[in-house]
Design a protein around this ligand. Sequence first.
Ligand SMILES: *Cc1c(COP(=O)(O)O)cnc(C)c1O
Length: 384
Amino acid sequence: MLKQNHRAWVEVDLSAIKHNVRQLKSLLTAPTELMAIVKADAYGHGAIDVSQTAIEAGATWLGVATIPEGIQIRRAGITAPIVVLGATNGVDEIKAIAEYRLQPTICNPKQALIYHEVLSQTVEKVPVHLTIDTGMSRLGVNWQEAIDFVKLVQHLPNLEILSVYSHFATADDSDRTFMQLQIQRFEKVIADLRANGIYPPRIHICNTAAMLSDRQIHYDIVRTGLGIYGLYPAPHFKNIADLRPALTVKARITQVKEIKAGTSVSYGRSFIASQDMKIAIVAIGYADGIPRGLSNRIRVAINGQKVAQIGTITMDQCAIDVTHVPNVNVGDVVTFLGGDSENTADDWANLLGTISWEILCGFKNRLPRINLVKEICDRQESML
Ligand SMILES: *Cc1c(COP(=O)(O)O)cnc(C)c1O
């Protein structure tokens, strides 16, 4: 089968994605909807399959960061609304938004007027989402200027406001002080809008951490990324929902060799054998998403055993210690993340001083995605 040909790959358990979306949805009260955030190729899991699966499990919106990410999903035939969370200002970008029926985030009056100018040459009406900065200091007008901004966009005939939203800076923090301040600012904006007779059709502010931490602020939509991939934004969320990681990273052994005590392994000689050893070279490296900073720091699984990765991880390859593993052969499969390695994206993030989001996004297109559910079906079919 396909797998036999791959040097390294990512296995995605779509049934875990489905489970996670259902778990998260079960925390919502109707009519709150779930937007599956599938930016960065669905956090390394494969945007098209994840989008399809999330929709099957009850997600009704998709969120991406860029226009090409949105186009990729549209071209796959997915018809759900796709919100572009990143900024889009160029004329060609705006035309692509209209052509592919993507829904942009409008961040400020100037951008709104550019949209107005480009779209007024057409008859298109583009659905848009307005973002208000309540403390993240990223995209969006400052919350004090929100009313004028929303009023302005309301009067632009080619823009149809579908929602007004904001984004938290500290929702994963157990200290909720700043999050509360952002909620207050957001609620003040919404109240002031209503006092001005403006009722946005939808409002939303929750990412995964916020939706897990406070049911009072789910509003009309929650925008969940990390949770649908089965990770918790922080350990203190673990008892709120039962989430399962969906991603396993595997690679094949390409050579097995004996080395003598005193021999160094890989660039920079960061590993020196203290005794005679048997090592295996594995066809995966940092260009595939195994961070170089993990060199000499992780254990991986081979033939049911855990062994140490040794020497500096190079761009395409790395070495492991198989001294005590019998019958190691070229073509054998080594699990680096998930599965029988029992390594989690959180483990690696902790080792590196980063966050699980960055570990997951590191697995880019160079690694083929193998959809586990489909693999099992294929296997069953080939057995019939
Ligand atoms: C990425 C992103 C999210 C999803 O965040 P998670 O923490 O992964 O749930 C939600 N909203 C916006 C605006 C984002 O950029």
